[in-house]
Design a protein around this ligand. Structure first.
Ligand code: NDP
Length: 333
């Protein structure tokens, strides 16, 4: 996950000292499979890439358990190990990987400006945006009220705290299925709250969930609110068959409430310059990683509303580095 803040104060920009400004050939923003793969390719092409890792080094996969579908790992691999491997591979070829978060961007000139942590300006000839996507919430007031007290969007990060307890997962996709399976291994009971009467998850994942003894799927249920005490979740109020005959309110007793309803692309700080779709996914020229701004490229989940896989993200990271290298060689020829 990469969660940029939109802080773009002109005063702040003007206050920067000359020593806070660094010129680079290739700036990579984000450290998921897309960012690290771009760093591997860009390093090997002598672009001396500088990569800023963002809020969650390693990206979304660091919150995943087993990755079984990334080619080259016949026995599977955990998300954090895979990301550490990708990082080491990029460092082996000289990528300069740094802790820090892009907080503002200005792509109006020939040189692309990106501010890091509001206090350092990078002037880059090419920028590769690999900022990924962030988990979505339902938008209930109670999600904020119980934040840190039982509401989470990451089972692998927080599941440990609910060992032997009852929890709920909201969503019907692969993420929800995966989170429910993970929690089922730790918790006494897992409710899977699904708004339709079928799962969006792949068949293999859906079958696993359906077979699991301690997972109960609540079909056609939506969450109305949470119950609790002193900021700690104790239950959820659901609506079954909302808007239909037989609509009824259902209460469940739970200690943890996990969201797994998809993600929002982290493109906010680029939106003044970079074209996105209505959801915020960066638009690239089909078959390339090129955005509407020459020298700025996008890869991974921030530009992919369709596939959103580690392997496709990695592939698009490779494309972005190759596109950046070709852009630079044409510019300097
Ligand atoms: P998806 O968009 O695939 O699924 C989101 C789920 O949340 C859907 O079931 C959707 O319901 C539900 N949902 C959305 N909004 C709400 C809401 N407001 N209230 C209740 N339910 C809601 O997202 P995922 O994060 O699951 O997956 C993203 C991509 O990543 C997919 O392509 C998936 O295949 C992939 N992935 C692959 C994994 C793997 O292979 N190991 C693991 C995890 C993800 P509805 O179906 O009704 O729209």
């Amino acid at each position: 996950m990469f969660k940029p803040l939109d802080i773009k104060e002109d005063n702040q920009k003007n206050d920067l000292q000359a020593s806070d400004v660094e010129k680079v050939k290739c700036l990579i923003i984000g450290s998921g499979p897309a960012g690290y793969t771009a760093a591997i390719y860009a390093s090997r092409a002598n672009l001396n890439p500088v990569l800023y890792e963002g809020l969650q080094p390693g990206g979304q996969l660091t919150t995943t358990t087993e990755v079984e579908n990334f080619p080259g790992y016949p026995e599977g691999v955990t998300g954090p190990v895979m990301m550490e491997d990708l990082k080491k591979q990029a460092e082996r070829f000289g990528a300069d990987i740094r802790w820090g978060m892009a907080t503002a961007a200005d792509f109006s000139g020939d040189v692309h400006k990106v501010w890091i942590d509001d206090n350092k300006l990078i002037e880059a000839e090419t920028v590769i945006i690999a900022t990924g996507a962030t988990a979505k919430y339902l938008g209930l007031e109670d999600e904020k009220k119980y934040a840190g007290g039982g509401v989470s969007a990451c089972a692998t990060c927080d599941g440990f705290f609910y060992r032997g307890k009852d929890v709920a997962v909201v969503g019907g996709g692969d993420t929800a299925a995966e989170e429910a399976m993970y929690l089922a291994g730790l918790c006494r009971k897992v409710y899977l709250i699904v708004r339709r009467d079928e799962l969006r998850a792949s068949k293999v994942m859906a079958d696993r969930v359906k077979k699991m003894q301690n997972i109960e799927i609540l079909w056609k249920h939506q969450t109305k609110g949470l119950l609790g005490n002193n900021g700690v979740v104790e239950g959820a109020v659901l609506v079954k068959n909302k808007g239909e005959a037989g609509e009824e309110e259902v209460k469940i007793k739970i200690d943890g409430f996990f969201l797994a309803i998809g993600h929002k692309p982290n493109s906010d700080i680029f939106k003044d310059y970079i074209t996105t779709d209505e959801v915020g996914y960066i638009k690239t020229i089909p078959g390339t990683s090129k955005t509407n701004v020459p020298g700025v490229f996008a890869c991974g989940d921030v530009q992919d509303p369709v596939y959103r896989q580690a392997v496709t993200a990695a592939g698009s990271g490779c494309m972005a580095a190759i596109d950046a290298e070709r852009y630079l060689s044409e510019k300097h020829s």
